[in-house]
Design a protein around this ligand. Structure first.
Ligand SMILES: Cc1cc2nc3c(=O)[nH]c(=O)nc-3n(C[C@H](O)[C@H](O)[C@H](O)COP(=O)(O)OP(=O)(O)OC[C@H]3O[C@@H](n4cnc5c(N)ncnc54)[C@H](O)[C@@H]3O)c2cc1C
Length: 432
């Protein structure tokens, strides 16, 4: 059955650049687009910035450097300096409190003069003549429209691109994505006796003894986000074969993940030294989705770029992180494939080049994409998707959108040299 529904909508805002989604890529895009001189509006469906990193309660931010160079220069460096002590160039994964990180993002958005709207969800888009003209947004007041010259899709799953009719790839050849994780917060962890690296050692035994009912030996585990309060952030357990573009799949994954976390509470208490008296304090309100749509773009970042010696002529940044494809199934094969995937990593000082073309939605003239749904194959998505990678692509998309707004050109024909010059001026690390 179908219903035809017609309504006049108020065009409540007009802006140069609309950024849809306030995760790491979205904040970087918005702040840097404003810095490059554009009028910027960012909409976020929840009540805080940071996406999976904060709302999803991910306790760590991966490396910002390759051991020799600070790769996430510009926006990433600003964030790094606000949260962490000086970089030691050891490719360190930094433990960050989601709560503190949220406040830093709030301040960065305010200082950049970006207009922001929480609890505003992108719901549809109007496309005319190869351009998005309006975003349709659902807000507490009802549905309305935003008119913008350029759009940056940083929804994490390419929702704006898909709603605007852009093509995309999804998951592996069978359409299955790597598993999601509902991250969590744990109390009463004795960090004096907990050995962070040994948390997963009892997993096989716990599975045999029925404490864990899903075969899953990959346990990133608990990280000391507030050691002085004995509180850990947990990246614990996997929900397999989730499709975050389908309500049923996403809903079932939430309830399944909460059951899985209850099993891990038993696991930690019985099998992990230092966690005998721990309690699961809370799980995140959103599922940590690692993989979803990958939008069709002018160029696709493919695995041959991982070790390539030459940068792309349209390089907008470089990054270095292993190909981290989490197990595709709760089986021995799934676990072995993961261990193999993660071996694809760089030596100190190595990184890969990211082209501007991987951010330019192929089918439209005024849409850029950034974050974990850029135009990449699965292997490269599994690397560039992490938070510093999202800062790099978000920053470039934001600056590109601002430069387009300045000249009125379309996203495909933007003067890439001017983009590269502005990115360098802002502190981005480029080798071209
Ligand atoms: C379980 C898990 C653990 C991870 N661990 C780490 C780690 O330790 N370190 C690390 O660096 N990275 C880690 N990552 C990766 C990293 O957190 C994400 O890949 C990264 O957050 C991607 O950033 P993003 O901005 O592209 O998307 P997201 O973080 O997903 O942000 C998208 C934002 O858009 C908003 N949004 C979505 N749809 C709409 C809409 N229609 N309207 C308005 N707003 C919308 C969302 O609410 C969200 O705020 C992990 C990921 C997962 C899932």
């Amino acid at each position: 059955m179908k219903l035809t529904y017609k309504k006049d909508l108020e065009v409540r805002y007009e802006t140069d650049v609309l950024v849809a989604g306030g995760g790491p890529a979205g904040i970087a895009a918005a702040v840097m687009a404003a810095k490059a001189g554009a009028r910027v509006l960012i909409i976020e469906q929840s009540g805080s910035f940071g996406g999976v990193g904060t709302l999803g309660m991910v306790p760590e931010i991966m490396n910002f450097d390759d051991g020799e160079h600070f790769l996430a220069g510009g926006f990433g460096k600003q964030l790094y300096d606000a949260l962490f002590p000086p970089c030691k160039f050891e490719r360190e994964w930094m433990i960050a409190s989601p709560e503190v990180t949220k406040r830093v993002y709030d301040r960065m958005i305010a200082e950049a003069g970006v207009e922001y709207l929480f609890f505003n969800k992108l719901t549809d888009a109007v496309v005319e003549g190869g351009r998005i003209t309006h975003a349709i947004v659902s807000a507490p007041e009802g549905i309305y429209a935003i008119k913008a010259k350029y759009f940056v899709d940083t929804t994490g799953n390419g929702a704006l691109a898909a709603l605007s009719g852009c093509g995309f790839d999804f998951g592996d050849e069978s359409g299955v994505t790597m598993p999601a994780t509902l991250c969590s917060l744990w109390g009463n962890v004795d960090f004096d006796t907990l050995d962070i690296e040994q948390q997963r050692e009892g997993v096989e035994r716990a599975y045999k003894e029925g404490v864990l009912t899903q075969y899953d030996t990959i346990l990133p585990g608990m990280k000391p986000i507030f050691p002085e309060c004995k509180v850990a952030g947990g990246n614990v357990g996997h929900a397999f074969a989730v499709n975050d573009t389908e309500t049923r799949s996403l809903s079932d994954a939430m309830t399944r993940s909460r059951e899985i976390l209850a099993e891990y509470e038993n696991y930690y208490r019985k099998y992990v030294v230092g966690c005998e008296n721990t309690a699961l304090l809370r799980s995140a309100d959103i599922l940590g989705v690692r993989e979803s749509r990958r939008i069709h773009t002018d160029k696709t970042l493919t695995s041959d770029a991982f070790f390539a010696s030459e940068p792309f002529p349209d390089e907008i940044g470089r990054y270095s992180y292993p190909v981290d494809i989490h197990p595709m199934s709760p089986s021995e094969k799934g676990m072995a494939d993961f261990e193999k995937s993660i071996l694809l990593k760089h030596e100190r000082g190595q990184s890969y080049s990211i082209p501007y073309g991987a951010l330019v939605a192929k089918e439209l003239d005024n849409l850029l994409v950034a974050g974990r749904h850029i135009g990449a194959d699965r292997a490269m998505q599994a690397s560039v998707r992490v938070i510093p990678g999202a800062f790099i692509t978000g920053q470039a998309a934001g600056v590109a959108a601002a430069l387009c707004a300045k000249t009125g050109c379309d996203t495909h024909t933007l003067d890439v040299k001017a983009l590269q010059a502005t990115l360098k001026e802002f502190g981005a690390f480029l080798t071209i």
